[in-house]
Design a protein around this ligand. Structure first.
Ligand code: GLC
Length: 683
């Protein structure tokens, strides 16, 4: 059951696509203080809180304070309160509680989840204009399904986007990209895509490329496709201020950029220097920008990543001017230590200033709206712009799209990557914890920068991170300019890394099938254990294992120098200890706590007793994988697996038509037109 409560004048965010009429009565569960408004709720000692999508800390969000305010937080850590995305859906779960709450408010929201007072959750809206949806149901899964139903079906990428993608900020030419591909292919390291970062652009201008470094984009794409590789260029939100640059000229002429209160164009600096920001919230401006993706689509590009769309602001001319003034005042003074540190901070704090976000306006639904009131929609509407542009270019074909900033609603138009992480072991674990939370909020196509974006990775960190990346729909190795080179072939343990990639490709039929079934059914591909084992108090507290699909559980190693880990099995499971797609052990294990040995080159997957999953022979790119010749893995005598598959490009997502059931009877696999190889059974 879903009820909606409105406060102030809620904005039409488009997050919810099904009609839910506003209720008149009192909001259940929360005490509402009209000032704010502020929503308070007493927390029992054992209550847990799930959700909030992309955020730091636990799968259980209790005990910290979070602020929904899309932020370029490239060096985030466990005290960070805001990341790149705002996903305001939570699940409250305890002895007397089982409900979901979605705060549809595109401005800043604070979630004090037992931080100020451990016995209370207090949620405060800074805008004061919002719709609150309260969802009740029989189980956590049921509540999420109801929520996902009202927010609409999540974005589906092409099948090739489930392949391994290599990325680096710094690939600056046609020749360099070809070399990256060649190094992979020569070593038979599987690969489906290479991300092209801002280095391809002429002076960081969207929809341009440097002619001297990329003389023939169409030819390059053609050659790449011969190698079964797709190039995936980045598009940034900021448009360079430069007369003669078509995007700037057109945008200014049509009035499509965000404006200051006096009607002049708002300027903020990002990679291209002084830039203007398309008003994606304005329908015409959004369509205009989206149309421009065609310029790259026409060269053979089939997917993009959208960036800097919080929007990030390195500085505004006004902010910079103020900083100079203040710094000037300090010149020649005998600075005390406080004044010295204040001086040091003047320029450090010039980026992403709250006052800058209050200094520009949108034309949203025919109304002038100040940016901070709708801040969290900006990345969402940029994603929408790109998705609509690509859809208009080729309505029958799926395109790859993932964004940095997002809000609920953006999940229908594209995926998200988990932003700029760091080459830290703690971020590997954070990557895992975000997966179920993101799924609850509708974000299905997701993954982190494997190996870590900033700072230098280590060989073992990359290897362990790849072992988690095997399971994430977006599997991308990405690193920042100036960091240690992070392509697999740079490392001594490249053979082990390659072997781990063979596991990804061998599991593709399963991973794709589970992704599609979860996405089309409004379910979570990744779930906290509590979803599947509701009565199990131990499972409720597990923070470093998650359920994957209907049959499996994952428990990656996330500590340096570990040669194994403790795992809690909420039921009997089959451990598959993979070294490669062709080399693995099958170990039946009983419910309970276990230590599992895992050498650096080994990764675990747990299959629930009574279930079977398909394993293919793998391949070097997605289309090379034979989805029909399968080995069924499991610990069962009688079992069935519903394998979803489709052409991977078109939009015929018919669950029933595209699903074939593989059954196992008396220990024999019964093929339904499928070539079934030995069913591997251990009792
Ligand atoms: C941002 C992105 C990162 C990218 C860089 C340069 O920091 O998050 O992925 O590499 O910009 O474009």
């Amino acid at each position: 059951m879903i009820r909606r409560y409105d406060f102030g004048m809620p904005m039409e965010t488009g997050a919810v696509v099904e009609t839910v009429s506003p209720s008149q009565g009192d909001v259940p569960f929360f005490t509402v203080d009209k000032l704010g408004p502020r929503f308070s709720l007493a927390l029992g000692a054992d209550d847990v809180i799930f959700g909030l999508g992309e955020n730091v800390r636990g799968i259980n969000k209790r005990g910290h304070i979070y602020r929904s305010w899309n932020s370029d937080e490239f060096a985030h850590h466990e005290n960070t309160r805001s990341l790149y995305a705002s996903h305001n859906f939570l699940l409250f779960y305890g002895e007397d509680k089982l409900f979901g709450a979605f705060f549809d408010d595109p401005g800043a929201l604070e979630f004090d989840l037992g931080y100020t007072d451990a016995r209370q959750a207090v949620i405060t809206s800074e805008n004061g204009d919002l719709s609150l949806y309260i969802i009740q149901g029989d189980s956590l899964t049921d509540i999420v399904e109801q929520f996902r139903k009202i927010i609409g079906v999540s974005y589906i990428p092409p099948k090739w986007a489930f392949g391994y993608i290599q990325s680096r900020w710094g690939y600056a030419s046609d020749a360099e990209l070809r070399k990256v591909v060649k190094e992979h292919r020569e070593r038979h390291i599987p690969l489906d895509g290479v991300c092209v970062d801002i280095d391809y652009m002429q002076d960081y201008k969207d929809f341009t490329w440097k002619p001297e470094s990329f003389p023939d984009m169409t030819q390059l794409n053609q050659d790449m496709k011969q190698e079964h590789i797709r190039l995936i260029p980045i598009i940034d939100a900021g448009v360079k201020e430069q007369e003669g640059y078509f995007l700037y000229d057109e945008g200014v002429e049509k009035g499509y950029f965000c404006k200051k209160e006096d009607g002049s164009n708002f300027i903020g600096a990002v990679w291209p220097g002084r830039s203007l920001f398309p008003d994606f919230l304005n329908d015409d401006a959004r369509r205009w920008f989206g149309e421009k993706y065609r310029l790259l689509l026409e060269t053979g590009i089939e997917g993009f990543w959208n960036d800097m769309n919080e929007p990030a602001l390195f500085y505004t001319p006004e902010g910079l001017e103020k900083a100079f003034d203040e710094a000037e005042k300090a010149r020649g003074q005998n600075l005390g230590i406080d004044a010295f540190f204040a001086l040091k901070d003047i320029f450090g704090q010039v980026a992403n200033k709250p006052e800058d976000y209050r200094s520009f306006w949108h034309d949203f639904g025919g109304k002038k709206v100040r940016h901070d009131k709708v801040h969290n929609l900006y990345g969402y509407f940029m994603t929408r712009s790109a998705a609509e542009g690509m859809e208009a270019y080729n309505p029958d074909k799926r395109h790859l799209l993932f964004s940095r900033a997002s809000y609920v609603g953006a999940h229908r138009y594209g995926g998200v990557w988990q932003g700029d992480n760091t080459s830290w072991w703690s971020h590997l674990l954070m990557n895992l914890k975000m997966l179920p939370s993101l799924n609850m909020c509708g974000f299905m196509y997701t993954g982190a920068d494997l190996g870590g974006f900033s700072n230098n990775t280590t060989e073992d960190l990359l290897l362990r991170w790849l072992q988690l990346g095997v399971f994430t729909p977006l599997m991308r190795n990405h690193a920042a300019l100036g960091t240690r080179e992070q392509e697999i072939y740079r490392f001594g343990m490249q053979e082990d890394m390659k072997n781990i990639l063979t596991v990804r490709y061998a599991l593709l039929p399963y991973l794709y099938s589970e992704f599609m079934k979860a996405t089309l059914g409004g379910k979570c591909m990744f779930r906290p254990l509590a979803f599947d084992y509701p009565g199990d108090k131990r499972a409720l507290r597990v923070e470093d294992q998650v359920m994957l699909g209907s049959e499996c559980m994952i428990a990656p190693v996330y500590e340096q120098n570990a040669r194994g880990r403790y795992v809690y099995l909420p039921e009997d499971m089959l451990l598959v200890r993979f070294r490669s797609a062709a080399d693995y052990d099958l170990v039946p294990m009983e419910k309970g706590n276990h230590w599992i040995d895992l050498q650096l080159n080994e990764m675990p997957l747990f299959i629930r007793k009574g279930c079977i999953i398909p394993l293919s022979r793998g391949g070097e790119w997605v289309d090379d994988v034979d989805f029909r010749s399968l080995t069924m893995l499991g610990w069962a005598d009688e079992a069935a697996y519903a394998l979803y598959d489709d052409d991977g490009m078109g939009k015929n997502y018919d669950l029933e038509k595209n699903t074939r059931v593989i059954t196992l009877r008396g220990g024999e696999a019964v093929g339904d037109g499928l070539t079934l190889k030995n069913a591997v059974l251990k009792a």
